[in-house]
Each structure stands twice: as C-alpha cells, then as structure tokens.
Design a protein around this ligand. Sequence first.
Ligand code: SF4
Ligand code: SF4
Ligand code: SF4
Length: 253
Amino acid sequence: MSGGNGQGRAAAEAARRRFLVGLARGAAGMAMIGLGLGLYARRVAARPAVALRPPGALAERDFLGACVRCGLCVRDCPFDTLRLARLGEDVAAGTPYFVAREVPCEMCEDIPCVAACPTGALDKGLTDIDDARMGLAVLIDRENCLNLRGLRCDVCYRVCPLIDRAITLEMRENTRTGVHAIFEPVVHADACTGCGKCEHACVLDEAAIRVLPRRLARGAMGRHYRLGWEEKAKAGRSLVPGVIDLPDRLPGG
Ligand code: SF4
Ligand code: SF4
Ligand code: SF4
C-alpha cells in the first residue's frame, strides 16, 4: 500500500512540475510577444514614416491618438487609394495611408474618406479638397528629370489638378546647348495638396518627383528671421530708414 501511495505522490508531483513549467513557458512566450510588440511600436513611432495620410489627417502624433483603426475611410474610398497598414510595415499597424506611385488620391470633391471617419482623426473641417495637405511634391532627382535635361516631358505638370498653381514651369537658359530653353517643374508648397498624381504619372522608371510628408519635405526658417522686402510691403516703408546707399565696388576695383 505504502508503495502505491508513494508512486501516486511521485506522479502527482511530476504532473505539478509539468504544469508549472508549462505555465512558466507560456508566461515567457507572452512576455516575448509583448516585448516584440513594444519594440515594434517604438520602432514605428520613432521612424519618420514616409506614409502619406488621407486628406484632413491630423498632425501625425494626434492622428495616431485619434485613429481607432476601424478602416471606414479605406472602405469608402472609391478609388482604392487608401490601405490599412499591416503588422510589420513601417507604418503604425491598422492606420490608413497611401503610396502615391501606386494609387494617388483622386481628390474627390465630397471627400468620402473624411466623411466616413467616426473620430475626427480625419478633420471634418476639411470641406474643400484643394485645402488638403497630404504631403508635398518635391522634384527629388534633378539629374534624371527629362525637363531638366532640356527635353519637353511636362507630364507631372500636366496631370496636376492644380496646374499652374501647385506646379508651374519656369523657363531658364539651357547652358549645355546655349540656344534652347529648360522648363523646370517648380512645386509651390502653398498650393500643393500632396495628392501624388505627379509622382504617379512621372514617365521615368523611378519617379524624379516624389510626394513626401510635409515634415520631411519642408525646412523651416528661424522664427526671428524677417524678410526685408515682405516687412517693407507690410509696413509700406522700409523698416531700416536712413540706410546710406554706397557705390557698388567690384573686387579689385
Ligand atoms: S479624397 Fe477620394 S480618392 Fe482621395 S483618399 Fe479620400 S476618398 Fe480616396
Ligand atoms: S502632389 Fe503633384 S499633382 Fe498633386 S497637387 Fe501637388 S504638385 Fe500637383
Ligand atoms: S514627369 Fe518626371 S521626368 Fe517628366 S518633367 Fe515631371 S519629374 Fe521630370
């Protein structure tokens, strides 16, 4: 009898050990998953995501706080421009974004993506799609852009929904030939919506013009800078009166 009880106790003890080991392994596994998700969240938050957000998206940090990852904006986009980021992508998982080179924003007048957003992550105050600022086009490769090589491509200029406002063609001398003109596509930040149609349409194998999130595309002057000619126009007079106009002197003159 005592042998049977001893075997029973040993079996119970072995089962208890297996249970505890299993529990510990499970907890370790959960901790690893938690650690992995935490690292992923930090990586995604730390990187300057190149993802373009839908029209009306709040500033990135506020957007990430307000977006509940419901996907309703993606569902209601008639052009399948928007997609939801998947786990492992460099964009916070479950949030909407688009890739201009693949499918740009068609700038719907009724902005259905914004109408569908239940939280205000896409600002309902955006009622005119021309006021959207999804990103900013930048002529990134000046060496391969056909226009800057002296040819007439102009495709990015012609597809722009805000032609002659968001992109203009600026004529300048072609110093290579000495007799032709170069028509440089110039993007104007105050009008560009970041729709991505220029990047999508660029005829090169790799687009020479790209749409970047504005925080990546723009520099910033120090707050203390004042442009003399603007201040003069505002004030209606020079802010530095009595400047002595000295004669121009050339080096060696
Ligand atoms: S404006 Fe239209 S095309 Fe652009 S993201 Fe919204 S629903 Fe899609
Ligand atoms: S992203 Fe390109 S096509 Fe769209 S508004 Fe700006 S310059 Fe025009
Ligand atoms: S479409 Fe591309 S290659 Fe053509 S002018 Fe525009 S940026 Fe240059």
